[in-house]
Write a protein that binds this ligand. Structure first.
Ligand code: ATP
Length: 448
């Protein structure tokens, strides 16, 4: 089969595998290079036979190259000449030092692609066999396991019901160039792709050609390894599903019978849970630390942090939480009536005569809110003696990290009220004149 028919046959089977329904969006993510321009050309051919779908091309200009505005213009005109509906938009990226420019462009692009497309759109990307081999080698260089080495999937779920589809994944760069040249498809040559200080370009220009010289099938063979890794990962994920269902409940994870599992089993379960929660993956060393801590005694005070999240343990459960702000100094006056917004997603304090505890105050006294401090004492109603407020909260099941962020209402310098425990029996207002009814409205997620 010649390359023009061969590529089209692969394209058609990739799309058919997704069984698009009439009216469904087929979106070409257009970079402007030979790869995505070929995908666009294949899509135009497919449209002739399948007018029942909705077609769209999207190009997002990150201004990474001085010529990029001209490229955007060229792509807009080219799509118009082919009668292809197109969105060509600027998407500048605020570059952070931690990640490569390309990676940051990609994640900004994916976010915007999700916003610009229907919830069940099929988004077509131009990545091919040579990209796959490079991705595999990049993952190898990072020391990844099967999940990373699985590289790119021919089709993968994306946000909502959307799917990502890479119809060129079975063909290498030369074949795509041959296709584009034969079909007289114009494309943009980005000279930054020649910069071998970028890891991917180094592999593309200096490493893979050498490997192919010796082993002409190198890219195909690497793609097979990637596929095997993907299959292993899929199998592992399905084997873990049952156990995960029993252990995981949202952002909480049961450690019951934890010691009876092997170390790799524990590690795979924790990773699967974190992924299910949408958390960023911890590094190998953070993972090791976490595994060590989860096998410590049940009352061990586990606290493992990475990125913007932390894991804490309470009894036999692990909790995935955001990092908390330091609120030791937090102090806020309250008029006793209007809603008082607490910081760091802690919700608010309101007055609610239907639900609030009845707290007597004298006219003109100062009310203020702060968070629990070490040494705070509290005497429950009917109790003979005051005791540590933190311990009293612990007795009613408030978790240690919640206690550190627990609101306390102070009236004329005395702890008068705190959620869950109510009015402090040691608090004695002079000539009480009115009643407050404080209630804590927690934000969801504030004290999971
Ligand atoms: N600026 C962009 N706007 C929209 N989609 C893009 C853009 N850049 C790349 N893409 C899509 O993401 C895929 C992978 O990105 P990558 O950076 O590897 O592209 P590339 O190989 O440089 O671009 P091309 O496929 O256009 O040759 C591309 O094949 C294309 O489908």
């Amino acid at each position: 089969m010649n390359i023009v028919d061969d590529l089209y046959a692969s394209y058609c089977s990739a799309i058919q595998a997704l069984q698009p329904e009439p009216g469904q969006q087929l979106v070409v993510a257009l970079g402007g290079g030979a790869d995505s321009q070929s995908v666009l050309d294949l899509t135009l051919r497919y449209r002739e036979q399948h007018p029942e779908l909705n077609y769209l091309a999207i190009h997002l200009d990150h201004f990474f190259h001085p010529d990029s505005p001209q490229w955007a213009e060229f792509l807009r005109d080219y799509c118009a000449s082919q009668d292809m509906p197109a969105i060509v938009e600027s998407l500048p990226v605020d570059l952070l030092n931690r990640h490569s420019k390309e990676a940051q462009g990609r994640s900004a692009r994916y976010r915007r692609l999700a916003e610009l497309t229907d919830d069940n759109a099929i988004i077509l990307l131009g990545q091919h066999l040579s990209d796959q081999a490079e991705t595999f080698l990049l993952q190898l260089k990072r020391g990844s396991g099967p999940k990373g080495l699985a590289a790119m999937a021919a089709q993968a779920p994306f946000t909502g019901q959307r799917r990502l589809c890479r119809p060129l994944l079975g063909h290498n760069k030369e074949q795509i160039i041959r296709y584009a040249s034969t079909r007289e498809v114009p494309w943009i040559e980005d000279d930054t792709n020649l910069d071998t200080s970028i890891d991917r370009n180094f592999l593309r220009h200096d490493v893979v050609p050498l490997l192919r010289q010796r082993w002409p099938q190198f890219e195909q063979v690497v793609a097979r390894s990637a596929k095997l890794c993907a299959e292993q990962q899929e199998l592992l994920d399905s084997l873990l599903q049952n156990d995960l269902k029993q252990r995981a409940c949202g952002h909480c994870f049961q450690l019951t019978q934890w010691q009876s599992l092997s170390l790799p089993h524990r590690s795979a379960l924790l990773r699967a849970w974190l992924q299910q929660c949408g958390a960023s993956m911890p590094s190998q060393s953070v993972m090791q630390n976490l595994l060590q801590q989860t096998t410590a005694a049940e009352d061990a005070n586990i606290q493992v942090r990475w990125g913007q999240q932390q894991l804490r343990r309470y009894q036999n459960e692990l909790y995935l939480l955001p990092l908390f702000a330091d609120l030791k100094e937090y102090y806020q006056h309250w008029d006793g009536e209007s809603e008082l917004q607490l910081p760091d997603n802690l919700g608010s304090i309101v007055a609610d005569p239907q639900q609030g505890d009845e707290l007597a105050i004298s006219e003109g006294t100062q009310l203020s809110l702060r968070l629990l401090q070490p040494g705070d004492k509290f005497r429950g109603q009917g109790r003979e003696q005051s005791r540590s407020l933190s311990r009293s909260l612990g007795k009613v099941g408030v978790k240690p990290w919640e206690r550190q962020r627990w609101p306390v209402l102070v009236v004329a310098g005395q702890i008068a009220w705190t959620p869950q425990l109510g009015v402090n029996a040691d608090y004695q207002p002079e000539s009480p004149l009115r009643y407050l009814h404080p209630v804590w409205l927690k934000d969801s997620g504030a004290s999971k």
